[in-house]
Design a protein around this ligand. Structure first.
Ligand SMILES: C[S@@+](CC[C@H](N)C(=O)[O-])C[C@H]1O[C@@H](n2cnc3c(N)ncnc32)[C@H](O)[C@@H]1O
Length: 373
């Protein structure tokens, strides 16, 4: 059966697998290669699942890529050339010479080489052989490589992968026993648009800026990128639950005038900015105060997702007809799916749910993108 590798936040893996079960009729967990990284057998294969998720994107699955070949490794520095030689035989001819490509490698566990070593060697060879241009910033096709220890994974899952199967007579043949005691590399070629994220394993990292107010800034940056949100020039934005002001700072960098609502203090570095007004009240109290209308409402309040959704419904009248909203849903440890479905139901009467994803920078929450109905 075709295989693929699915990556999600380890804490949300079960929900990510539910996403996969919805997309395909038969999905089997073969092995957990590392926390949150699953090798799956799937009747529809990578392309079937990816096509279905292009129509209806999953919430919790963060990244997928196909497994076109599984290569036994030695766990030594010459693994890099083993991977390159194997890819030369099978992957090079699959690359479209007209589309920019890149190689994305993840090393799971302790191996004497880094992702960069594989990326550099493999992309150089594939470029020579296929003629496809290398473009690590905007690749259209991606060769994904995951190097990992299968022994642990097999123990964890209680199942074995194809290379570990015994021969028909019940004995393991020589190659298979060699593989059993070694590391494996999983390689697959796909279009970037089908992987759910342009980043290896969906790990979208942003550079830390010296004036950064909070780590929460990364969440908003990632949401704007993932949901392809362009903010209006000199728009007016409302930031609910703004303190200490990370999202407010990101919005200011995008030239928005910001009303920041939070009973807590904003970072003093934001105090001199005349385009920020801080309302030191709760979102509930601010709404009762007949506030203005806005192009954008963002909401990162620490609050039950359903209560937060109800408040967003009340706030919809403060949003211009073209307005959009971004909010986080804080999810409890148990009964997450029910809380999520309930919160969506509350929003649906008033908003179009334009996107919902568990982003790399989300912790026990997801980020939701709303358009006014
Ligand atoms: C995760 S923090 C927000 C971080 C912020 N997005 C940033 O980038 O710095 C959550 C905030 O929600 C605020 N909050 C919780 N309940 C609120 C309410 N009812 N009204 C307004 N703010 C609230 C808290 O005071 C807290 O500052």
């Amino acid at each position: 059966m075709p295989q693929l590798i699915l990556t999600a936040d380890p804490d949300f893996l079960e929900l990510a697998l539910d996403d996969a079960y919805k997309a395909a009729t038969e999905v089997t967990q073969v092995a957990q290669l590392a926390p949150g990284i699953m090798l799956l057998d799937c009747d529809l294969g990578f392309w079937g699942v990816a096509e279905s998720w292009r129509q209806e994107p999953p919430i919790f699955a963060r990244h997928i890529h196909p497994v076109d070949m599984t290569v036994p490794l030695r766990g030594a520095a010459d693994d890099v050339s083993i991977i390159v030689d194997a890819a030369e035989a099978e992957i090079a001819s699959m690359l479209d010479p007209d589309l920019p490509f890149s190689v994305q490698t993840r090393i799971l566990g302790d191996l004497p080489y880094k992702p960069f070593d594989v990326n550099r060697a493999l992309s150089q060879r594939l470029q020579e052989l296929s003629g496809a241009p290398l473009d690590v910033r905007k690749p259209m096709q991606i060769v994904s490589v995951v190097c990992g220890e299968m022994d642990d994974a097999v123990e964890n899952s209680g199942r074995r992968t194809t290379p570990l199967r015994t021969a028909d007579d019940g004995s393991a043949d020589d190659t298979q026993s060699a593989i059993r005691n070694s590391q494996l590399a999983f390689l697959g070629l796909s279009l970037a648009d089908y992987n759910l994220s342009d980043w290896a394993g969906g790990e979208r990292r942003f550079a830390r800026e010296k004036d950064q107010v909070s780590r929460a800034e990364f969440k908003l940056l990632e949401a704007l990128e993932v949901f392809h949100i362009d903010l209006p020039q000199r728009g007016v934005a409302l930031d609910l639950g703004a303190a200490p002001g990370g999202w407010t700072r990101v919005l200011r960098q995008r030239d928005q005038y910001v009303t920041a609502v939070d009973p807590a203090e904003l970072d003093p570095r934001l105090a001199t900015d005349k385009a920020i007004r801080h309302k030191r009240v709760t979102a509930e109290a601010y709404l009762a105060d007949e506030p203005d209308e806005f192009d954008l409402i963002v909401n990162d309040m620490r609050m039950d997702a359903r209560d937060s959704a109800r408040l967003m419904v009340d706030y919809a009248r403060q949003l211009y007809p073209h307005g959009v909203a971004i909010m986080t849903f804080k999810l409890p440890e148990h009964g997450r799916r029910q809380v999520l479905e309930h919160a969506f139901k509350i929003l649906r009467g008033t908003y179009v749910l334009a996107g919902a994803r568990q982003l790399f920078h989300n912790r026990s929450e997801i980020t939701v993108y709303l358009k006014k109905k």
